[in-house]
Design a protein around this ligand. Structure first.
Ligand SMILES: Nc1nc2c(c(=O)[nH]1)N[C@H]1C(S)=C(S)[C@@H](COP(=O)(O)O)O[C@H]1N2
Ligand SMILES: [Mo]
Length: 203
């Protein structure tokens, strides 16, 4: 029996519903760090997030103001395209939907491009980033998100592969068409549903 089959048996033996682990994935207790480029550092008050594109009222929000908005703390599984999955991760933040309501999203908006520090981008349909579980997160397991995991603030969209969750997010751009982001231009799937194994173009 190979590593993946053994790992899947362990998932069941630990009492988890094996259906939580998408095919081709293995469960890990670790929290791997994955990104291209450097980890940015911010002076206090330096980080902010801009909502722009097809919105009636574009705005920029700082960390204190973000933390003053109604927050949710949610627990869910995350799945990286490099095949690790992690169960029951707990994140605190603001629903993207609430920020978009304030920005007054225009009728023609269908997709969103997440823009992060150093030019990382990733695209997804508007409907996916306004889902109940899609948040602009500033805490992980009750603590500030570590810089290596995207702190001070990252996106978490748990129902898509984790590359759709930009660390060090700086801009959310509402668009009328779907354009490939950084990994998508390099062959990763435009949508990226882990349960359909949409890893690459054509999957
Ligand atoms: N800004 C930025 N965000 C990013 C990435 C990146 O390279 N840059 N990598 C993505 C990928 S491929 C994954 S799997 C997750 C990893 O998050 P983690 O390092 O907290 O596990 O971040 C995603 N967000
Ligand atoms: Mo990833």
């Amino acid at each position: 029996m190979g590593f993946f089959d053994r790992n899947r048996d362990e998932v069941a033996a630990k009492g988890y519903d094996p259906a939580r682990l998408p095919s081709g994935q293995y469960l890990t207790d670790r929290f791997p760090v994955l990104h291209v480029g450097d980890v940015p550092t911010y002076a206090p008050g330096e980080w902010n997030l801009t909502i722009t594109g097809l919105v009636g009222r574009p705005f920029t929000i700082g960390l204190d103001e973000l933390k003053a908005m109604p927050a949710v703390t949610l627990t869910f599984d995350i799945h990286c395209v490099t095949k690790w999955s992690k169960f029951d991760t707990t994140w605190t933040g603001v629903r993207v939907r609430d920020l978009f309501e304030r920005a007054e999203v225009q009728a023609g908006a269908t997709h969103v491009m997440e823009h992060a520090e150093y030019g990382y981008t990733t695209n997804l349909p508007l409907a996916d980033i306004v889902a109940d579980e899609a948040i602009v997160a500033y805490a992980f397991e009750g603590e500030d998100i570590e810089p290596i995991h995207g702190g001070p603030v990252r996106i978490v969209v748990p129902h898509l592969y984790f590359w759709k969750s930009a660390k060090w997010v700086r801009t959310l751009e509402l668009r009328s068409s779907d354009q490939p982001g950084f990994w998508e231009q390099n062959g990763y799937h435009m949508y990226g549903d882990p349960f359909l194994e949409q890893r690459h173009w054509g999957d």
